[in-house]
Design a protein around this ligand. Structure first.
Ligand SMILES: [Zn+2]
Length: 487
């Protein structure tokens, strides 16, 4: 908390009368943080609309020197090597399509620093996930991940969307700036998307971040903005990737996108919608405190306003945008006994044409659907499934399942008219009247006709004709008749 203490030496430009008192409260409050961090209560359910527009930020001019915390986030190395504004597929997270899209957005008059900043963004996002688990060991935000080849770290796989905005930094400044920014970030993405946007342009005079959209309850559609260029505002140092002020701002805006704090929260600030005023170390305090790293703040101090509270109003702990931990690995293997096919997994709509791996939230029911190729059939499961149909698995442990595909079967139906016997090579058909047998699809079956004493074979009809040898390839079901007549 060196940053906070150093901060008291700086003057203030906006003359907030409560500032000195708030600093003292902060110092006292931070002593309680360790205790509060472990304080998790069961969450009942309720609904409410969250704030539509976050006007929080500090107007305090102060820039503590150095990084937010010497032992802040260990750096993540982002595994991608290209910029894409599209959603990279397939997704790693399958349990829900409610996945937070992390966005890098740069106005048209600024240099694109995506490749230079991607690892720092991934590092702060990892710090948010780590912090959230410290606050609630059973949950963390579900970020959109993509399995870049060879990537071994979870947040190295962060699917970061890069957006070159149509407007200039002037277009996104001023009173109407946020509205234009929300609109342009949301262009071309599904309306349900939550976009955690690192905006590589200048902050507004009184804001470190801003959130808009349909943020209440469990809905999507929110755009959260973290300003990266914060030279003069009281937003702390330019510390992207340090688990510091930018990470703290991002976690604050993210909580807004989940619908915090609901208007029924008992400690809502009287003059700042969507924020709580019962503790200066709360992530949803109304104004950013420069120099306080993410790990110095808590998620709903006292657990009485918006997270894991005992009230009947909306609790963001219940949002479907949080992963339920621990996640469970699912390995699907494809085995061939003469056939081929794929397995599709729901939720997530992942198709495994070969072996594949997925990660699912604890308790998720995964539905595995075998899809045999033409000329193949599904012969059954090995592992945690049985039968020859869709398998529903409840993921409460690591699971490996093998799907076996075999050659499809086709039916050969033989009818006999008169007195004689028809047999097949390979064996299967031996009939004096009518019979049928199944063989592998594509197999070639030869039929022999043997007339009874006093009779003669007079010919084939159907898939064979004439009186000679009958050889038929079972690319499809076939019917053949043999006719015998008295001599
Ligand atoms: Zn806010």
């Amino acid at each position: 908390m060196n940053g906070a203490r150093r901060h008291t030496r700086h003057g203030r430009v906006s003359g907030r009368p409560r500032l000195a008192r708030r600093r003292i409260a902060l110092a006292a409050g931070l002593v309680l943080l360790v205790l509060l961090g472990a304080f998790v209560r069961a969450a009942p359910h309720a609904q409410d609309d969250g704030p539509a527009f976050d006007r929080a930020a500090s107007t305090v001019a102060a820039r503590p020197a150095g990084r937010a915390s010497p032992d802040a986030a260990s750096a993540v190395s982002w595994c991608g090597n290209d910029e894409s504004s599209a959603d990279r597929q397939p997704n790693v997270e399958l349990s829900s399509t409610n996945q937070i899209r992390v966005v890098y957005a740069v106005p048209s008059d600024r240099p694109d620093r995506f490749m230079a900043l991607a690892s720092a963004i991934a590092t702060d996002v990892e710090e948010i996930a780590t912090w959230w688990q410290r606050e609630d060991s059973a949950r963390m935000p579900r970020f959109d991940l993509f399995a870049f080849p060879g990537c071994t770290s979870r947040f190295g796989m962060l699917d970061i969307r890069a957006v070159r905005l149509p407007g200039t930094s002037a277009d996104y400044g001023g009173d109407n700036g946020p509205r234009a920014l929300f609109r342009d970030v949301a262009t071309g993405v599904p309306s349900s998307t939550k976009s955690l946007t690192f905006y590589d342009g200048p902050a507004l005079a009184d804001r470190c971040g801003v959130t808009a959209g349909n943020t209440g309850r469990d809905s999507g559609g929110a755009v959260a903005v973290i300003y990266l260029d914060v030279p003069a505002a009281g937003c702390g140092p330019d510390d992207l990737g340090a688990g510091g002020d930018r990470a703290s701002t991002a976690a604050h805006e993210l909580a807004h996108t989940f619908g915090a704090a609901p208007r029924e929260a008992p400690h809502l600030c009287p003059d700042s919608a969507g924020h709580v005023c019962d503790h200066p170390g709360d992530i949803l305090r109304p104004r950013h405190i420069p120099g306080a790293p993410l790990r110095a703040v808590v998620l709903d101090a006292g657990r009485d306003d918006y997270y894991a509270h005992s009230g009947s109003w909306w609790d963001i702990q219940d949002t479907s945008w949080l992963i339920h931990l621990p996640q469970r690995p699912l390995v699907v293997r494809i085995a061939s006994r003469g056939g081929s096919g794929s397995v599709s997994i729901r939720p997530g709509n992942l198709t495994c044409p070969d072996s594949c791996e997925a990660t699912l939230d604890d308790g998720t029911t995964a539905s595995l659907n075998p899809n045999p190729d033409a000329s193949s059939r599904f012969a059954g499961w090995e592992g945690g499934c049985s039968g020859v149909d869709i398998c529903d698995l409840t993921m409460n442990q690591p699971t490996t399942i093998t799907a076996i595909f075999a050659r499809a079967r086709r039916t050969l139906t033989v009818g006999v008219l008169g007195k004689g016997v028809v047999t097949s090579v390979p064996a299967g058909i031996r009939c004096g009247r009518a019979c049928k047998a199944t063989f592998d699809a594509g197999a070639t079956i030869r039929l022999r006709a043997a007339a009874a004493a006093g009779h003669r074979f007079s010919g084939w009809s159907g898939s064979c004709t004439g009186v000679g040898r009958c050889s038929v390839r079972l690319t499809t079901n076939r019917q053949i008749r043999a006719t015998f007549r008295p001599k």
